[in-house]
Every structure is written in structure tokens, then in C-alpha cells.
Design a protein around this ligand. Structure first.
Ligand SMILES: Cc1cc2nc3c(=O)[nH]c(=O)nc-3n(C[C@H](O)[C@H](O)[C@H](O)COP(=O)(O)O)c2cc1C
Length: 396
């Protein structure tokens, strides 16, 4: 099964610093189509397409837009989440670098649909080298932004993983410390500066011009029942061809790992970065969709020379460092998790440590305030299931 380039269709074809080149390749046709429609009709089209958020949670985009559109307020905002802090994930970076105009067009259509005049692109601190290409695209698109009465500003993050989480991201733009908010209220009713706000991932927004140029039916004909369209993946680790690939939703994981990335001697794959699920090699034919495994699309491949416990320990170290500390289960849980897993890594675990890890994981998953603490135990829980003997070997 070959790659299906829908979101990536312009990458390598359109000159990322030239509006003319973008226009020659159907650029801003989608916006022209959208502004001839009412905002409600645009939202209907996105709802009919079945598009779900590509930032990890998979929330239906059209519904989020509808909620924001219906919230009554003098001001509304659209935020493009380009924080991409998930370990081993670099698809948004690739898309911004190679096709910034599609992102600008997607953001503009989102603003038109929900009634926002101001949009922010929240850019990961480490991606500051993308500011030039992005700002150039914003500047060159000024005529189109004016047509939709939209202003777009780039906001640079400061290097915290938690600021990819939507409510912490909002706090960060408001100039506060990056910590999650208690919810409800959710951003579509009370977001940035307490105003209705849409937050969408880069890839989600880059799907919008495609849907508004082709059609909702064309889009929803691709993929599975509950996962429409394509998905962009970044793949790294023990592979021959590290890179960014786009596949129709529902494609088997093997196609990406052994086909496109040409990995050999695969032991396991982690899908969705450090917080993603572990797929052992025997399940390599798992379809990639929201129904199974997906996350934000960062795929890491590990071959038979890799130590499962060391991988889990490194993940735990990451979460311990990145927890914002607001809620107890995550603040304390990530610390204890690192302590216990380190005992395994150093061959000095106690028999009760396996049960302790299971109890701790369950507590964190059930009671953490946001996805960081809820998903931090994923690789631990999955490896306890698939590679229990590797843990048992390290009990003194
Ligand atoms: C700890 C944490 C980090 C996150 N980081 C990102 C990120 O870097 N980029 C992103 O788009 N979504 C990230 N998310 C998900 C966002 O909270 C939110 O669901 C997403 O931006 C919504 O956009 P979408 O509907 O287009 O996926 C993160 C969530 C959590 C819990």
C-alpha cells in the first residue's frame, strides 16, 4: 500500500516561501470557497467530513467549532497548537517547514467558521528556526487574511511539554506559569482571556483546506468507520528511513514500520511518543486508527538489542521532569514511578514492586488532572503486560 499524500500534498512541490507557488497549486481556493458559504455551513461540511483532532485526543473538529461558534461573545480566538513536545514526534515541524501556507489557510478558515478575528500559532520554543518561514507566509497572505478579517500572531513557547496541553497552553499565552486548568469550563466556552476559543493541532488545521477544496464526502470516503481521512506519522528509532509519512487511516502498522521506514529485527513499537502505547512485534499488523492506537503520530521503533526496562525508565524520567506539579497524583506519582522503575533498571527491585507499579499506574490514570499524568504509565502498563519476564528477571 503506497503513501497517500493529502495533508502533505504540497510538501516538496510548493515553494514554502512563495505565495505564487502556493496559488499555482490551488492555494487559497478553499478559503474562497469557505467565505462564499455561511460559517454554519462551513462547520456542517467539517462535521460531515468526520475530521477528528490530530493532536492526540481525537475530538471531532466540527463539533468543537460548532460549540465555539454558538458561544456568545464579543471576542473569540483560534489557537493553532504547534507545541509538538511529544518525544520522537516531528510531523508538525515538517509540515510547517514545507507548507506553511496551508496552515495559514486552515487557521483563517477556522477563524471565519467560529467568528474569531484573532489567531495565535503557539510554536514550540525549540522550533524558533521556523518563525521566518511562518511569518513570511503570514505576511505574504495578508490580502487573504484581510478578506476574512483575521489577524495571525506567532507566540513562542518557553520549552515546557505541559504547554502542549490546551489549558496550560492558554495559561502560557496569558503570561502565567504553564499549568493545567480545572475543567469545565472547556475552551469553546471559556478559553483564552476567558473568551470562547478553538485549539486545534497543526495537522488538523492543514486538513481543512483539503476538505474545503475537495469535499466532505471525498474526505470521509478515506479511512475507517470512526477514523476518516489520512494520518501523518513521524517515525524514528531503529529504522533505515527516518522520516514523515502519510497513510490512509486504518493502514496496518507493518506498512509504516517495515514498508516505508524499512525497519528490521523489530522488537516493539511505541506509538504516540513517550505517552503512547506499546505494540509488540506479534501485533505489527494492528491497524492505525483512533479505534486502536494513534496518539499524535510519533512512532518509535525498537529492535531486539533494546532493553525494555531502560526505555520505560527513560519515559518515566521525562514525565517526572515535565509534570507541572499542579495535581498530586501526577506530581508525586511520576516521582515514585521513576524511583521504582530505576530499581528494576539497576537489578535491585523487590517482589512487591510489580504490584506497586500497577497500583500507582491505576491511581495516576484515574485521578490525574490531565493527559500527562493519565498517560504517563502507558508504556509501563503495556510492557508489564507483554514483557513481564523482563521485569521479573530484575527482582533481587
Ligand atoms: C501533556 C499534553 C501535551 C500535549 N501536547 C500537544 C501538542 O504538543 N500538540 C497538540 O496539538 N496537542 C497536544 N496535546 C493535546 C491538546 O491538549 C489538545 O487536545 C489538542 O491541541 C487539540 O487539538 P486537536 O483537536 O486538533 O487534536 C497535549 C495534551 C497533553 C495532555
Amino acid at each position: 500500500m503506497p503513501e497517500k499524500r493529502v495533508v502533505l500534498k504540497n510538501c516538496g512541490i510548493v515553494n514554502p516561501i512563495s505565495l505564487e507557488s502556493y496559488i499555482e497549486n490551488d492555494g487559497f481556493k478553499a478559503l474562497e470557497n469557505a467565505i462564499k458559504m455561511t460559517p454554519t455551513d462551513v462547520i456542517e461540511e467539517i462535521k460531515r467530513s468526520g475530521l477528528r483532532g490530530r493532536g492526540g485526543a481525537g475530538f471531532p473538529t466540527g463539533i468543537k467549532w460548532e460549540m465555539t461558534n454558538k458561544s456568545v461573545s464579543d471576542e473569540k480566538y483560534v489557537i493553532c497548537n504547534a507545541d509538538e513536545g511529544e518525544v520522537g514526534t516531528f510531523k508538525d515541524r515538517y509540515m510547517i517547514e514545507n507548507d506553511p501556507f496551508s496552515l495559514i489557510e486552515g487557521v483563517t478558515i477556522a477563524c471565519y467558521a467560529v467568528g474569531a478575528k484573532k489567531a495565535y500559532i503557539y510554536l514550540r520554543a525549540e522550533y524558533n528556526f521556523l518563525i521566518g518561514v511562518l511569518q513570511n507566509a503570514i505576511d505574504q497572505s495578508s490580502e487573504y487574511l484581510k478578506k476574512a478579517d483575521v489577524e495571525i500572531e506567532i507566540f513562542e513557547g518557553a520549552g515546557a511539554y505541559i504547554c502542549g496541553e490546551e489549558s496550560a497552553l492558554i495559561e502560557s499565552i496569558e503570561g502565567k506559569r504553564g499549568e493545567v486548568r480545572y475543567r469545565p469550563p472547556f475552551p469553546p466556552t471559556e478559553g483564552l482571556w476567558k473568551k470562547p476559543t478553538v485549539i486545534d493541532n497543526v495537522e488538523t488545521l492543514m486538513n481543512i483546506p483539503r476538505i474545503m477544496t475537495e469535499s466532505a464526502d471525498w474526505f470521509s470516503n478515506m479511512g475507517t468507520d470512526r477514523s476518516k481521512g489520512t494520518k501523518v506519522f513521524s517515525i524514528c528509532g531503529d529504522v533505515e528511513k527516518v522520516g514523515v509519512y502519510e497513510l490512509v487511516m486504518g493502514s496496518p502498522l507493518r506498512e509504516l514500520v517495515e514498508g516505508l521506514a524499512q525497519a528490521k529485527d523489530v522488537k516493539m513499537v511505541q506509538i504516540g511518543g513517550a505517552s503512547g502505547r506499546i505494540v509488540p512485534y506479534e501485533n505489527i499488523d494492528t491497524p492505525l486508527s483512533f479505534e486502536t492506537v494513534l496518539g499524535a503520530g510519533g512512532v518509535m521503533v525498537f529492535n531486539s538489542t533494546r532493553d525494555v526496562i531502560e526505555i520505560v525508565r527513560m519515559n518515566a524520567e521525562f514525565f517526572e521532569e515535565e509534570s507541572c506539579g499542579k495535581c498530586f497524583p501526577c506530581r508525586e506519582g511520576t516521582k515514585r514511578m521513576l524511583e521504582i522503575i530505576t530499581r528494576f533498571a539497576e537489578h535491585r527491585a523487590k517482589p512487591r514492586d510489580i504490584k506497586a507499579l500497577e497500583d500507582l499506574s491505576e491511581t495516576m490514570m484515574l485521578s490525574s488532572l490531565c493527559g500527562l499524568g493519565q498517560a504517563a504509565p502507558n508504556s509501563l502498563m503495556d510492557t508489564l503486560k507483554y514483557y513481564l519476564s523482563e521485569y521479573e528477571m530484575r527482582i533481587r
